[in-house]
Design a protein around this ligand. Structure first.
Ligand code: 1BN
Ligand code: ZN
Length: 329
């Protein structure tokens, strides 16, 4: 590419419009996932679901990496697969945005999980399209988790969150955990009567940035001020020291019933969460990247910050803007 062309491309990127979440597209994904039927871990239907997710990621220009393993549950041994799509950013340090795509196994009724399983996967697929065209300051990883649901009827002990526990262990072993700076979990966001409460297990600064973005977008009627405590796929990340937040609407009458179907969910709810996550993302990135330059601790910079005559001035500016930012949050 010629120099003039490169400069034009960079200038255009710098003024690129912010990404927009299209709930029409997300809704179509949700509909297709529900049409597959019940999608419990290890089933032929979840294999079909994976094919759908991989094909849709490919259509967005992304390749899904499979993280496969066999896990022993209290009931049986189950083949599980997490799907990972990486959207490149200027830095190798990454933010993971995740959701589960399995549905809970019920033998006594047909459970298609329109909110519980389909909404998170559909949301991530549309987010992939929206973020692929963005200039990302940090790497963004979209993580489709398998095996979130307990195999036994009740959520108990380690019979749940198989995919998130496996991911964290693998990242610990291959050394990629250190570059993981924040984890945003999306779960059950389809409820047509959307009300998302703050989760007491989640990291306060990350929760605040999401709820601040909701308020700023006039969507605080959906992101409520009250708090609940949720056990979900964010717990293994929190235990590994990764700042994490769970965006979940558990106040859902149809939860784990045959009625968690298309008529209980709405495209509007997906749009609300899409708008809030996209509005919060630059704030999350700012919080994390300020950490790189100022402390070198919150993010480990590949190049150490060297104070020179030129960047001493830049550092003063950053210290000032960071203090202003902290005062405001
Ligand atoms: C979310 C969706 N969860 C299961 N399906 C996790 C959960 C389990 C949340 C028990 C609250 C209670
Ligand atoms: Zn569930």
């Amino acid at each position: 590419m010629g120099k003039a062309l490169l400069l034009t491309a960079l200038a255009l990127q710098a003024v690129a419009p912010p990404p927009k979440f299209d709930s029409g597209r997300a809704w179509e994904h949700l509909r297709q996932l529900v049409a597959i039927g019940p999608r419990p871990a290890g089933s032929p239907a979840i294999e079909q679901t994976r094919k759908y997710i991989k094909d849709q990621l490919a259509a967005a220009g992304l390749t899904a990496t499979e993280q496969a393993w066999d896990d022993q549950t209290p009931v049986d041994k189950v083949h599980m697969v997490n799907l990972i799509a990486t959207i490149p950013g200027s830095r190798k340090e990454r933010i993971v945005i995740a959701g589960h795509y399995d549905t809970k196994l019920f033998r006594e009724f047909r459970f298609v999980g329109a909110s519980d399983g389909a909404s998170s996967a559909a949301f991530l697929l549309e987010l992939a399209r929206a973020l692929k065209g963005r200039r990302n300051p940090m790497t963004i990883e979209l993580l489709f988790l398998d095996g979130e649901e307990a195999r036994m009827p009740d959520w108990h002990g380690t019979d749940n969150t198989y995919g998130s526990r496996h991911y964290v262990e693998a990242a610990r072993h291959d050394g990629s955990l250190a570059a993981l700076k924040a984890f945003v979990l999306i779960d059950m966001i389809g409820d047509r009567d959307l009300d998302i409460r703050r989760d007491a297990n989640s990291t306060p600064w990350l929760t605040n940035l999401i709820w601040d973005a909701a308020k700023q977008k006039d969507l605080d009627g959906y992101f409520l001020a009250d708090t609940t405590r949720v056990e979900d796929d964010h717990l293994p990340f929190l235990a590994a020291g990764v700042p994490s937040v769970d965006i979940i609407d558990l106040d859902y009458e149809q939860w784990h019933t045959a009625k968690d179907t298309l008529d209980a969910v709405s495209a509007r709810s997906l749009q609300v969460v899409g708008d809030v996550v996209l509005a919060a993302l630059p704030q999350i990135e700012a919080h994390l990247t300020k950490g790189i330059v100022l402390t070198g601790r919150r993010l480990r910079s590949p190049r150490p910050y060297v104070v020179t005559k030129v960047n001493r001035r830049a550092k003063r500016r950053l210290v000032h803007s960071s203090a202003t930012y902290r005062a405001a949050h």
